[in-house]
Design a protein. Structure first.
Lengths: 472, 472
């Protein structure tokens, strides 16, 4: 099975095909006869496992506990919160038959689990002593999407959903923003994604939420990817479900709720931000394999020397060695297509000269270093790659954010330049709708409150600075 | 919320109610309006997480890689292997509607994923160089059971399923037995379950397998729990799916296959083997919290001393401290109902005398030790508890295995004594059926081949020594 980078479509010619080429050639995903679902292959799943392990640790540090709810929601349970059901019912999968018997009540496969958690919270929350409840669930959800793309939009999604209940509004709001910050830090520091963080407009918020906060990344093509959301629910669901607790003065109170989630979609975000025509490029902090050792000849002296270097690496630096009988050229291309941050090449000539070549995946730069310094050089190069990848992505992203308060210029940019537009907005949904109708852009998130100037769309006094952009 | 052990039904009076009482009072599981599914609460899920982490490490050490397949199987895909579909179709959940639209082809939710893996294997296996493929998946499966019990029989099951493909029969058979051994060691050494390991009869094997090996544990009430299976498939599925590879001589060959799985059912096995009328009893090696510190008075001097002891424990010993304002009696009962292997009690009087009390959950024995030795005593007591729990369970299990080759005695024992019966069997399904019809017992597994004597049921020459027993 020859695997050559020439199988990858040029990124600037056809970004969509480039993306699916990278996903396939890097062995991340495969397809089955189950349309709209993907097979996550070992290398793709290893990336997800690393994401899960880092995030899970963060959640637990902050006092969250993992639980597992049923995957099915009886129709009557889904129907309890009206805004929620109208948001989700059109895109759920329905189980109507168990074995050979039609079910009395049809069951949807969870598209998200608010109603299941609420039903449970009603059972376990009785007193202020039971609060806060800080739960998280790692699971699969199903949304019956019509058009699907691996990691970005799929009928099945691997994700986590946090669900919490609090005594006070203040505490619940703090939790909402705290978890948003966890996502933000994770995406910045681990995934090297320069994300924009802000509040969704009422039109774009989660069905049933009072407020939705979002993490918006911009892909290489200027299109937005919403990579995580954190919702403040207020008491809406709690009142629908009759969740109450006795406070310190023995009075019945209704608790305040949050939920927050992120998914395998982040893998898509990593690919579409960092990768290139040679394949995947992974930031070291999320790479399952950070270093690949490639012996140019399969000689014992070379293998021994590479092993020596490998054993000097601190144990958090993961590595492997390509000892297959493939040609060096094939091995280089394989390390490249898989996005391994550093490959280490060593041949007989290098051995004589006591040097080794480190190749950075992000820049393809070759760095010759003395063999005796190799482990230290690798150790210090990895954080440099991580930082450079973030900064390159940040620079590119910032160069594609256009700041204008002129409606004609707004429309012109929207049709000629990919990216986000930052503008003044009065807060009226009608203006948001007009942007969508006339430019195809949707609001990403509110950057900040601002009364300086007028709404770019209608000319009334402005309330917000807001980002618009196309989205995946 | 007073939680008293008196809420637990006596184990010898009503074992089934005792079981659900323990599961509920130990906060392992709760219920929802989704009948037949359970909510796994934080404490129950923490046990599962520990199981997953230990097993996952073992699988990876042996070269297995994790993947994620779709959760849906189109009806036509399930239908490819005839024996398999006839075994599973009667108990699957069917999705027939996506959003508001009826599906063209109905989809079952995976009851197990052989067909999905086979379809994928056909795509990725081309050459002997691609073999072996050693895959594992952690996921949820669905089987539409009519009667359900938490952890034992549920419509949704959290499990892992290994699926592997090999060049030779020998290698595949070796894998089948190797993974059986992984389960056996895990259950013996971590769960302290004295398990019987053997081959299933053709009647009881997995639908589509050539051979099924099983791990059979005996519960406190003498009833068997099948706690893990490992299947050798031969080339059956591979031929149905047209999976072929080019061997070293460039000839097309069909690979040999295995699969193996274990589930949250093991949590049920731990409960029904070790627990008592005070609640859960967890073997230290699987306990999320191994030690609970209980200050008899909430005095700083006591809390400081307990913290001092805790900090001397090696980091693999997990602990917590009950600093709630509940009474000491309540705290003792809570540590007991949750099955925490050791609780450490310290009061002002103890502090004066420089002693501390360790209470073993398995025996409820109280051990006074000098405070200065406490950490060391805890460290050495944990493996003793682990060992004693295994040995007590083994002794009890062995006392409930009856060895008889006399059919009248067999029938008599089956109606009067709970447990397993070990007997001679000719290998004919008709004799196996007769045992079921006349005694209600099913074959558990074949212990060994033996031609010494005659079949206990029909009197023909015997071929096997085999266990019979009732099952969950």
């Amino acid at each position: 099975m020859a695997k050559l980078v020439t199988k990858i479509t040029d990124r600037d010619t056809d970004f969509a095909t480039w993306y699916t080429d990278v996903v396939r050639e890097a062995d991340l995903v495969s397809y089955s006869s189950m349309k709209g679902s993907m097979i996550i292959r070992p290398y793709g799943y290893a990336i997800w496992e690393k994401m899960v392990s880092i995030l899970d640790q963060e959640f637990k540090k902050l006092g969250h506990q993992n639980v597992q709810m049923p995957m099915f929601i009886p129709e009557s349970l889904l129907n309890i919160e009206k805004e929620h059901v109208s948001g989700f019912a059109p895109e759920v999968a329905w189980v109507t038959q168990g074995g050979n018997t039609p079910l009395e009540e049809k069951l949807c496969i969870r598209p998200t689990s608010e109603v299941l958690f609420c039903e449970h919270f009603k059972n376990i929350i009785k007193s202020y002593r039971d609060l806060p409840v800080l739960y998280n669930q790692w699971c699969t959800i199903v949304r019956w999407e019509k058009t699907t793309r691996p990691f970005l939009r799929s009928r099945e999604i691997l994700w986590q959903e946090g669900h919490t209940m609090h005594k006070t509004e203040e505490e619940a709001r703090k939790e909402t923003l705290q978890m948003l910050k966890v996502y933000e830090d994770f995406q910045r520091n681990i995934l090297a994604l320069p994300v924009i963080v802000g509040r969704k407009t009422p039109k774009e918020k989660f069905a049933g939420a009072k407020e939705t906060y979002t993490i918006e990344a911009m892909m290489y093509d200027g299109v937005a990817l919403q990579n995580g959301t954190s919702h403040y629910f207020g008491q809406g669901f709690a009142k629908c479900f009759g969740i109450e607790f006795l406070d310190e003065e023995n009075h019945l109170q209704t608790p305040y709720q949050t939920s927050w989630g992120c998914s395998t979609r982040m893998i898509g975000g990593v690919i579409m931000t960092h990768s290139d025509n040679h394949g995947l490029v992974l930031p070291p902090n999320i790479a399952p394999i950070m270093v690949r050792f490639i012996p140019i000849q399969l000689e014992e002296s070379i293998l021994n020397k590479l092993n020596e270097i490998a054993h000097l690496l601190p144990k958090e630096i993961t590595y492997d060695m390509d000892t297959s009988t493939k040609s060096p050229g094939y091995k280089f291309a394989d390390a490249e297509v898989k996005g391994i941050p550093i490959r280490v090449e060593l041949g007989l000539r290098d051995l004589e000269q006591e040097t080794v070549t480190l190749v950075r995946r992000d820049t393809l730069e070759k760095i010759q270093v003395p063999i005796k310094d190799a482990a230290k050089e690798i150790e210090s190069l990895l954080p440099v790659i991580q930082k450079d990848m973030y900064e390159r992505a940040l620079k590119r992203r910032d160069s594609m954010i256009y700041d204008t308060n002129d409606w004609e210029e707004f429309k012109n940019i929207s049709q000629t330049k990919p990216g986000f537009i930052l503008t003044n907005w009065c807060g009226d949904e009608s203006c948001e709708n007009k942007v969508k109708e006339e430019t195809g852009l949707k609001s990403r998130c509110i950057k900040e409150e601002s009364t300086d100037g007028v709404c770019s769309i209608c000319g009334k006094p402005t309330k917000y600075r807001i980002y618009f952009g196309k989205q995946y």
